[in-house]
Each structure stands twice: as C-alpha cells, then as structure tokens.
Design a protein around this ligand. Sequence first.
Ligand code: 5GP
Ligand code: ZN
Length: 118
Amino acid sequence: MCIFCKIVTKEIPSNAVAESEEFYAFHDINPKAPIHVLAIPKAHYQSFNDIPGDVMGRMATFIQEVAKTVGIKESGYRIISNIGENGGQEVGHLHFHILGGAKLSWGHFADADPNDFF
Ligand code: 5GP
Ligand code: ZN
C-alpha cells in the first residue's frame, strides 16, 4: 500500500482539512507556503494521467471547498500536480498541492533556459 493510501486508512496520521466519501485533504508535512494542503482521491491513481474525467470533475468541486475551508478562496491560491519524473513527482498517488496564504512567487521552473528552445 502506498504512503498516501496509508494516510487515507489512517495507518499514517495526518492533519485533516476536509474529507468526503471520495476525497481527502490534509496539511503537507513540509509546507512550501503559509497554507499548503494536499488534496487526494481516496482511490489510488498513480498521477493526473490516470484520473477519469468524471472523478476529476468532482475533485475540482472538492478543491474549491478546501480552498474556502482554509480561507484562501477569495485571496487567491495555486493548484499544482507534479506528474512523473520531469514533473518532480515524489509520491506515486495523485495529489494536488493547494498553496496560498501569501503572494506566491513565480519564475523559471527548469534549469534549462526556455529561450534555448526557440
Ligand atoms: P510531490 O513531490 O510528489 O508532488 O509531493 C509530495 C508531497 O507530499 C511533498 O510536498 C511532501 O512534503 C508531502 N508528504 C510526503 N510524505 C508525507 C506525509 O507522510 N505526510 C504529509 N502530510 N505529507 C507528506
Ligand atoms: Zn495510494
């Protein structure tokens, strides 16, 4: 069983933000912003590549509710899902990072210079 599946079953403790029959949201153990919540489907999908569209639709509603619950829906926030090796995914259970609580920085995401590709 993967680490986030164990978080779903409470085998590994986590700091819950919201829970439904299908989804779970909890605080990231190593926050990269004042608010850093992870939202996951309880069912195991390896990454965003594998989530069916209908589940993703309900996931969107869940993420909107989580953003409201932690008080960042109106001030603004960012959703990130890292996918696979180049995406920097470390945990192989689909998750969405929900980041906010302060003005977030924005910059180059790769060591390679984007201008080198033109
Ligand atoms: P990834 O790099 O796969 O997109 O992100 C994985 C995230 O999961 C990281 O931000 C990391 O801090 C978080 N994380 C890893 N293990 C645990 C854990 O056991 N509990 C919690 N709450 N977060 C975790
Ligand atoms: Zn899993």
